[in-house]
Write a protein that binds this ligand. Structure first.
Ligand code: PLP
Length: 439
């Protein structure tokens, strides 16, 4: 079959996907899109239709599709040295490790590179357990850590905990989810009770000594749940008083995404003991990073290998991506465009107050939570309206993400290179889509 005009490509791709991939690898949209090329925030499908990409391959294409300032050094590296494994030191891996130590907050210094966020979190937990000599872990409800057995056990979303055999010793604290406060209180009168509750959680459900607390500055898969400003200081103090370290999962929030700062946790003024990263670090090349303070890193002397971890090509992509984010000050662009996006979403909320229950997030990590009727006390989640809106945006040429426990949260996260006109175009399309599903 000729591929010049892409004739039949869509049907063939969908047929093969159904026949040869696990059904649990599900696609977005009632009629999935077969994407064939990209340029910045634009994507093109097999039928030649263009889309504005406001999800970036799950917050991963941080500096836009096919960015030549990332791709050119990757191509040079590919032609020079492709793979050696972690058994040999290379210039790209040590350059990246040095860069990580420089850009991460506090005393974080020594890194291990893997190929995914799941592995980054696995590595972090192992470090915390070896360093503290404790096993038990505190995670948060609505959090997401990945797809290994440990990561599924840390994850607190039943749809993502597919395998019933879970790892013991993990307790889940209350999420700092103000819109759906688990304690039915209101911030700030609540005194951030979801954070102070960690004290009782540790005292009543663990041995009283924990290895660590793993949390995302903004819960990504959970629907961009954004904690109040006091949350992390209170929570981390409690965990440290019980011997645990703070593992900050920056897989979604890292590298300028939250606007104004390189890492999400910097907005909360707390220094992590261990930090994990993936997704946006290498603009789509596989890369997981775990960085720790020297004493935690040095406590772990047993052998570790990651065949693909820190391979020269992914390291070249990460070095170029981070370099570009710094050189072009994209964290400031994320703040400026994020403010524009946020005020546009709030305008939409005031126009459709019944179904747009909450608008939240930071920088270019903004969410709209859809409900059946905001004026009714229980704020019943509205996955049907979310799905209809999602499809209506696609019809107009805008790709978004979905999340939240009930699948009723729109996740909006374009590349950090996004421009003001692109934000306006996306807001116009979202406005039309909301009008279409409300009529
Ligand atoms: C916060 C967080 N941690 C860990 C992961 C796991 O990353 P990966 O899918 O690269 O294994 C994800 C993935 O969505 C994530 O959002």
């Amino acid at each position: 079959m000729s591929r010049t005009d892409n004739e039949g490509l869509r049907e063939e791709t969908l047929r093969k996907h159904e026949e040869f991939l696990l059904p649990s690898v599900s696609n977005y949209y009632s009629e999935p899109i077969v994407l064939t090329s990209g340029d910045g925030t634009k994507l093109t499908d097999s039928e030649g239709r263009e889309y504005l990409d406001f999800f970036g391959g799950i917050l991963t294409v941080s500096v836009g599709q096919c960015n030549e300032r990332v791709n050119d050094p990757v191509k040079v590296q590919l032609d020079r040295l492709g793979h050696v494994s972690t058994l040999y030191p290379t210039l790209p891996i040590v350059e990246l490790a040095e860069r990580m130590a420089r850009i991460t907050p506090g005393r974080l210094q020594k890194s291990m590179f893997t190929a995914s966020g799941t592995e980054a979190d696995e590595t972090a937990v192992a470090l915390a357990q070896v360093f503290t000599g404790s096993i038990e872990l505190i995670a948060l409800r609505h959090g997401y850590s990945g797809r290994s057995m440990l990561a599924q056990s840390l994850t607190a979303h039943s749809p993502w905990r597919a395998v019933p055999t879970q790892i013991a010793g993990i307790k889940h604290g209350l999420a700092p989810y103000c819109y759906r406060c688990p304690l039915k209180q209101t911030y700030p009168e609540c005194g951030v009770a979801c954070a102070t509750d960690l004290e009782e959680l540790i005292q009543t459900t663990t041995t009283g000594k924990v290895a660590g607390f793993i949390a995302e500055p903004i819960q990504g898969v959970g629907g961009f749940v954004t904690p109040p400003k006091e949350y992390f200081e209170i929570a981390v103090d409690i965990v440290r008083a019980h011997g645990g370290v703070f593992i900050c999962d920056e897989v979604q929030t890292g590298f300028g995404r939250t606007g104004g700062k390189m890492f999400g946790i910097e907005h909360w003024g707390v220094e992590p003991d261990i930090m994990t990263m993936a997704k946006g670090v290498a603009n789509g090349m596989p890369m997981g990073v775990t960085i720790a303070t020297p004493e935690i890193a040095d406590a772990f002397q047993d052998l570790q290998i990651s065949t693909f971890g820190g391979n020269p090509i992914s390291c070249a992509a990460a070095n170029a991506t981070i370099g570009l984010i710094e050189e072009d000050d994209l964290k400031s662009n994320a703040e400026a465009q994020g403010n524009l996006l946020r005020s546009g979403l709030e305008d939409l909320q005031s126009k459709y107050p019944k179904i747009v229950g909450d608008v939240r997030g930071m920088g270019l990590m903004q969410a709209m939570e859809m409900v059946v009727d905001e004026t009714i006390q229980d704020r019943t989640p509205n996955p049907a309206a979310t799905g209809a809106f999602f499809e209506a945006c696609k019809e107009r040429g805008l790709l978004l993400g979905k999340g939240g426990l009930h699948g009723n949260v729109l996740r909006i996260a374009p590349a950090l290179t996004v421009t003001a006109p692109e934000i306006q175009t996306a807001l116009d399309m979202m406005g039309e889509a909301l009008a279409s599903i409300s009529s």
